[in-house]
Design a protein around this ligand. Sequence first.
Ligand SMILES: [Zn+2]
Length: 292
Amino acid sequence: MNTDILTWSVGGITITSVPESSTPTSPKFMFKGFDRTAVLELAEKATWLQPHFVDENGYLLQKIHCCIIDTGDYRIAVDTCVGNDKQRGNPLWHESQGPFLEDLVDAGYAPDTITHVVCTHLHVDHVGWNTRLVDGEWIPTFPNAQYVFVKEEFDHWSVTEDLFGDPVFEDSVAPITDAGLADLVSQDFELCPGVSFQSTPGHTPGHVSVVIQDQGKRAIITGDMTHSPIQIANPELSSSFDTDPDLARQSRYDAFLDWADGETLVIGTHFGSPTAGILKRDGDSYSLEVNE
Ligand SMILES: [Zn+2]
């Protein structure tokens, strides 16, 4: 059993995080011109960043995981990581052979019990387990699920080359459409009572965050509108992988203003464990109050 499986409750809804990988990451990989010294200087002011999100050498403690939202009637898998067997330029991801599916089953979510798959956007580390390789063919990993893609995002990546030139759309998105399992929706789509999308564009054109609400409680799954908690401490920092860095920055300011009500649980799509916290206003910026 994977010991890093986390769960959170939002009213009567449960969210379970099943990780695929955790890696200390050089900040320069994601934030041009922002090195480990700059991260450590930021962490001196925003002391909440350590020890969970920034290590003593200024590396970012990042994770790739999938969240299962379980409402009782619906089992929604949000962001399906990198996947196995994919041909990728990044050696860490190339022909990966990880135990993610076994961990998902152990967590109580066998693939055939998933009712919906949501991708906050269509980057390589958010669509991988949409499909798996069987007899040389990419087939849907979740055969009974409706896969929900934002139409603007789908349209963009159907004609745009992947960031690293990998065949991401071809092996992880197109087979879903071919199988008749894709549902193209708007950026403010309501998937079911208590689960809806919030438009947070900039990282990609049709990027959404996922809002979970029940019994007066609220949680957010960020997607990559915030890659690292250092962007909560300094919302100015846009990632090198953002399609439109200025729009991504504006999305962060708009969303944080909305979410920093002192009660909303913000679950980061790449934040290292414990991965979630209550977003709070902190002078001109924000902080994440982590429940130990
Ligand atoms: Zn990502």
